[in-house]
Design a protein around this ligand. Structure first.
Ligand code: MF3
Ligand code: CO
Ligand code: CO
Length: 253
């Protein structure tokens, strides 16, 4: 459960991977419009990542004997995370989270955004904005010497103040040579002390925000996670590096 602290050269690798993932996510978000399928997003992410000289870390990724069959996660409306791209056509007013993880020269960049398709409903605009602001609130809480607890505390307090809830079953994660490594980064208040934030640590923050309750359900495909009440949910994710005075976002567009 050791959390690596990267040296200058390793940080350089993470900066490149993060920047590359951010460019791919930007291109994918640009494609979104009514009539576009989530499969088209997958095709674009596969091609764009290759053009960057990277690979899609999520493709054929395995968790508990389940193999993820696509290059990107596309999570529409009530889908919390890990939506599988396919023939689904995006409609005016839908929201879709696009989650890109790039492996570039052995280093990983992991980033996601939720975008509105066409004209947003007020509910859609709200949940998307709360998710994106919750991510920034979490990033702003990072400071070396404090514990990881401050991140979840800040996020949960903010999300609750906006009349939304935050999912607890999934969190951020350490990232580096592997897409997922220690520690688990909680997005809600934890009673037990979490590790201390130290300069050179890299991890993701990726709050999943729900308009209704925070309860979730997994579909039979073994990947797709949805809200139990079927209400809208949005997510935003950055890969960050702990610096002397806070956090550097490695996946800024
Ligand atoms: N990018 C996702 C994350 O933020 C990882 C999804 S794993 C997959 O951690 F297999 F579903 F792609
Ligand atoms: Co992640
Ligand atoms: Co991700």
């Amino acid at each position: 459960m050791r959390i690596p602290r990267l040296n200058k050269k390793q940080i350089d690798g993470m900066r490149r991977a993060g920047a590359s993932a951010a460019r791919t996510l930007h291109a994918a978000c640009d494609l979104v419009a009514p009539g576009v399928t989530t499969q088209q997003i997958d095709d674009l992410v596969a091609a764009h990542t290759a053009s960057e000289g990277g690979t899609c870390a999520q493709y054929l990724y395995e968790v508990d004997d389940q193999v993820f069959p696509a290059h990107v996660c596309t999570s529409v409306n009530e889908v919390v995370c890990h939506g599988i791209p396919g023939p689904r056509i995006l409609r005016d007013g839908d929201i879709v989270n696009i989650d890109v993880t790039t492996n570039l020269d052995g280093w990983h960049g992991d980033t996601s955004r939720t975008v509105v398709v066409g004209k947003p409903t007020p509910e859609a605009a709200h949940v998307v904005q709360v998710a994106s602001r919750a991510l920034q609130v979490g990033i702003d809480a990072v400071r070396p010497g404090l514990r990881f607890n401050v991140i979840g505390e800040a996020i949960e307090a903010f999300v609750t103040s906006q009349g939304c809830t935050v999912v607890r079953e999934f969190g951020g994660h350490g990232i580096g040579r592997r897409m997922h490594q220690a520690p688990h980064v909680h997005h809600h208040k934890m009673m037990l002390p979490q590790p201390v934030l130290e300069v050179g640590m890299c991890f993701t923050i990726e709050p999943m925000v729900c308009l209704g309750g925070r309860r979730i359900r997994m579909l039979d495909d073994g990947w797709t996670v949805i809200t139990a009440d079927g209400k809208l949910t949005a997510q935003a994710e950055h890969t960050v590096l702990v610096t002397a005075d806070g956090a550097e976002i490695l996946t800024r567009a």
